[in-house]
Design a protein around this ligand. Sequence first.
Ligand code: DC
Length: 275
Amino acid sequence: MPTPRNPPPPIPAVCYNATTEQLGGVQALDRPAGVIAIDGQVAAGKTVVGRELARRLGCIYLDTGIMYRAITWKALQRGVSMDDGPALGDLARNSVLSLIGTEGNSILLDGRELGPELREPEIDRNVPLVAQVSEVRRELVRQQRAIAAETGRIVMMGRDIGGVVLPDADLKVFMTAAPEVRARRRHAELLNQGHTADYEQVLAETIARDEIDSQRYDSPLTQNPDALTVNTDGRTIEQVVDSILEKLYSLHSPGGTAESPDESGNPAVFPKEDG
Ligand code: DC
């Protein structure tokens, strides 16, 4: 991924259809797909939904959280204090982050591939501190806009995408789930990774991370009034993705409106833990 020094060009508002071939046999859209912003709380299911949505649309998928995680990893490696905003900003500006693969679970940092190490509990604990540093945010937002401008069609996922990174996104989605549901997902994920984890502690950490994300001074996690709200409590990935696609189609149908009413959830289950 190039890292241009100048501000990136404006993001194309309308992009075109994936072919059926690109979608792996899934029925192609016959309407513009565009730029989709997904925001939401920790472990609300953003990752699995974003990835599946991108696959169905034949779009690039970018989980911006992995960029904050990569900078946190580098800061820990170099012994940079989590309180030292200017040093963290320098670190971000001197880092080259590039996308690899389509799954969004690994990234190249200065040419080195990072994946599972970015999901370690130590990163979980420190990444909200790095993400609240304005200089880090400014640099990563610049890089995220450059990626969107370059690719045109993208599903971008994070906390500030609809509000800050891509305010002109064709569709904005805000994903939520109850803290207990999200903590259960995260707990299962940690056990799966071979960590010992206590559910009550994971719940407390989930709530603490929500608080830091929503109370930070720069770009706090907030729900945009024009975002489609999706509660993933007890719903399958397919149900959630279908509801988002339905909304996307309705925006492009005659009389479609960008004002997204809330969407109420039905019971079912998210099979896998995720952001
Ligand atoms: O989604 P995640 O858990 O991988 O995100 C890691 C951290 O980065 C989390 O504290 C939220 C923060 N983040 C952010 O502030 N802005 C983004 N666009 C993405 C993530």
